[in-house]
Design a protein around this ligand. Structure first.
Ligand code: RET
Length: 278
């Protein structure tokens, strides 16, 4: 539905796309954009069934915890992509002066940044448990990660000032640096002590390389310098999601299912105590 809105500046178009149904029609009327979302809905559904099956015989508390955290990744993803496709968490924002698309109604899939707040901590919980880390480092990684996602959401939603959009972006990057520090410096040492270094280092590399793609894409996409169009940006995120979520989770679960004893015996880094049921 198109709404007529009064404008005082004369700069804004008189007809503005703004309802949930408008977002739904915009998305599903563009096959490239729509497929970037529907492919992930299908993959998330498949991953949920596969991961439930892969974890069916896992018995120890710690390995079950890794499994549940991993399973939550496609569960959140399914909800996230359904919310985007329906137009519930996507809309149109008027970009501020200074932005390449200033004064235009730009499609914004802001729900992505919102739902990363729930999915990325699960990835970190699974990795931290695999590395046998302690609660302080786990809490640091998770809270810094949530800070990264929420300020990323703020960067995407700020329409009053171009400068402030980038200020939120820089703050989000600062949170990201803290996450990278834990992943690259703290947890590898913990994983070596826990006897999970091989799989941890593979997953760490996958995670760090893929996660670095997200801020780059944000900067190049329609939210940032607008060098890439909306559908290409969306496919960029969807492609990164497929690797950073489903491929990552599959490799992790396959290893956990085959090496449950190692995960169950993992000792907490700081205390040397077996943490399985703490
Ligand atoms: C944003 C923009 C602001 C600066 C930074 C970002 C980083 C995002 C990352 C997202 C990872 C998402 C994953 C989702 C899986 O469900 C918010 C793009 C640093 C790293 C792995």
């Amino acid at each position: 539905m198109l709404d007529v809105v009064p404008t005082t500046t004369g700069v804004l178009p008189d007809i503005v796309l703004q309802t949930q149904a408008d977002a739904f029609e915009f998305i599903n009327g563009d096959p490239l954009l729509a497929s970037s979302l529907w492919v992930n809905i299908a993959l998330a559904g498949f991953a949920i069934l596969l991961f439930v099956y892969m974890g069916r015989n896992i018995e120890s508390t710690r390995a079950q915890l890794v499994w549940v955290a991993t399973l939550l990744v496609p569960l959140v993803s399914l909800s996230s992509y359904l919310a985007l496709t329906s137009g519930l968490t996507a809309g149109f924002l008027e970009m501020p002066a200074g932005h390449a698309l200033a004064n235009e109604q730009v499609f914004s899939p802001w729900g992505r940044y919102l739902t990363w707040t729930f999915s990325t901590p699960m990835i970190l919980v699974a990795l931290g448990l695999l590395a046998g880390t302690d609660r302080a480092k786990l809490a640091t990684a998770v809270t810094m990660d949530i800070g990264m996602c929420v300020t990323g959401l703020a960067a995407a939603l700020t329409t009053s000032s171009y400068l402030l959009r980038w200020a939120f972006y820089v703050i989000s990057c600062a949170f990201f640096v803290a996450v990278l520090y834990v992943l690259l410096v703290e947890w590898p040492a913990d994983a070596t002590a826990a006897g999970t270094a091989d799989i941890f280092n593979t997953l760490k590399l996958l995670t760090v390389v893929l996660w670095l793609g997200y801020p780059i894409l944000w900067a190049l996409g329609s939210e940032g310098f607008a060098l890439l169009d909306v559908a290409i940006t969306s496919w960029g995120y969807s492609g990164l999601d497929i690797l950073a979520k489903y491929v990552f989770a599959f490799l992790l679960l396959r290893w956990v299912a085959a090496n449950e004893g190692t995960v169950a015996d993992t000792t907490t880094a700081s205390t040397g105590a077996a943490p399985a049921d703490d």
